[in-house]
Design a protein around this ligand. Structure first.
Ligand code: GRG
Length: 315
């Protein structure tokens, strides 16, 4: 369906990541107190796939094709939002790695933030990034985006981050430790809720916000939202699989932690084959949704490739 379009995904990914990286470097340039900014830069600028920021730009480009604006204009409109998303993602990783949560020493192949800067500075670097994300979104988004659109997006970002999103998902995830043997029917509901909030919410927001800021119509917004849900779930199932099949070298973090903690994951509930089968179904559904929303093969190519990448990635 979308497979016969010539599209250089590696080039697209490299270029889009570089755009986001350059902007983040500007936003996080030297400041005072130096140790705090160094800790913030360490986690935001030091690697990572940038999948959420790239998704925001890809959704904006898809929406632009229908809203009559150029790809370059679309990127300019959503770049601050993509940076805000990457800041929230980085802060969630800093906090997730803290001794009071997952207690991890390794992230992206390097010592975790608190191992380098100490717990107090890591915690505060996370806090500063959370608040800075909203500041960047509200103050840097070009005026061409109407105020009503911007408020809508800012409100959704707050919901995505809080008790109904990342924070709630993290609390439910921590409470699932030791529950890996629960009956499948109970596990299914619990797992969906955890995945939807902890990982899915920010991924869904990434694509929805990109489309919304570029004036997507309701039909496209609905399709993009569903695509975001599918990608969010796929991303976490792939993560659950990698925890079992990956190595410390390929992942840049410690594998096997979910199993050691007795955590409820897609693999503990449905096995490796069950997880792979679900990923295959989700890949088909995600691709056909973009098609049904009226996107051409060319316009949908980045979003299609990002779905494939999220599912088949090795880290
Ligand atoms: C947002 C206020 C606020 C608090 C954070 C700690 C916490 C609450 C939430 C944890 C969220 C979390 C760590 C979810 C896991 C999501 C996930 C699969 C992360 C890995 O993402 P990748 O693979 O990482 O995109 P890279 O390193 O590539 O950026």
């Amino acid at each position: 369906m979308f497979t016969d379009v010539a599209f250089d995904f590696q080039q697209y990914l490299g270029q889009t990541r570089a755009r986001i990286q350059t902007e983040l470097e500007k936003l996080l340039a030297d400041n005072d107190p130096e140790i705090l900014w160094e800790a913030m830069r360490y986690s935001v600028l030091g690697g990572g796939k940038r999948i959420r920021g790239v998704l925001c730009l890809a959704a904006a480009e898809a929406a632009a094709s229908k809203s009559g604006i150029s790809v370059d204009e679309a990127v300019a409109l959503v770049l601050p939002c993509a940076c805000a998303i990457e800041m929230i993602h980085a802060m969630s990783l800093i906090h997730d790695d803290l001794p009071c949560m997952d207690n991890d020493d390794l992230r992206r192949g390097r010592p975790t933030n608190h191992k380098v800067f100490g717990e107090a500075t890591a915690l505060l670097a996370g806090d500063a990034l959370l608040v800075m994300a909203s500041e960047v979104l509200m103050s840097r988004t070009p005026e061409q985006v109407g105020k009503a659109y911007l408020i809508d997006v800012a409100l959704e970002l707050a919901r995505t981050s809080g008790a109904r999103g990342l924070v709630g998902g993290q609390v439910a995830d921590m409470a699932s430790t030791g529950l890996m043997d629960m009956p499948p029917s109970v596990a299914a509901e619990k797992l969906s809720m955890i995945h939807e909030r902890k990982t899915g919410a920010l991924i869904k927001f990434s694509v929805w916000s990109g489309a919304r800021l570029c004036g997507a119509d309701q039909v496209l917004l609905k399709a993009i939202k569903r695509y975001g849900e599918i990608l969010g779930l796929s991303f976490q199932i792939a993560d659950d699989l990698l925890d079992v099949t990956g190595s410390v070298e390929s992942l840049g973090k410690t594998p096997g932690k979910d199993q050691a903690a007795g955590k409820l994951t897609w693999v503990s509930a449905y096995g490796v084959e069950g997880a792979r089968a679900k990923l295959s179904d989700l890949e088909q559904e995600g691709k056909s949704i973009l098609h049904q929303a009226g996107l051409s093969c060319q316009t949908a190519a980045p979003l299609t490739a990002l779905l494939e990448y999220s599912i088949h990635r090795q880290n």
